[in-house]
Design a protein. Structure first.
Length: 70
């Protein structure tokens, strides 16, 4: 599991398909707060596959990660 300390503000969040999901605004417990489409959304830390450089890569595709937002 990814350590929450690895994730910081302004990191890009991408789906497993490499598509942009949002930008990290901060952490709230075990949830990532991210900006996408002018709104703030949350994604559980357990959805993160890896952190590489300044990119948070999710286990699911961008479409799967954001479908409940619409």
């Amino acid at each position: 599991m990814v350590n929450a300390g690895q994730i910081h503000e302004l990191m890009e969040v991408k789906g497993a398909d490499g598509k942009h999901v949002g930008t990290v605004e901060g952490m709230e417990g075990d949830k990532i707060q991210l900006a996408s489409g002018g709104m703030i959304h949350t994604i559980g830390l357990d959805s993160v596959e890896e952190v590489a450089g300044d990119v948070v890569k999710l286990k699911q595709t961008a479409e799967e990660a954001t479908k409940s937002w619409h």
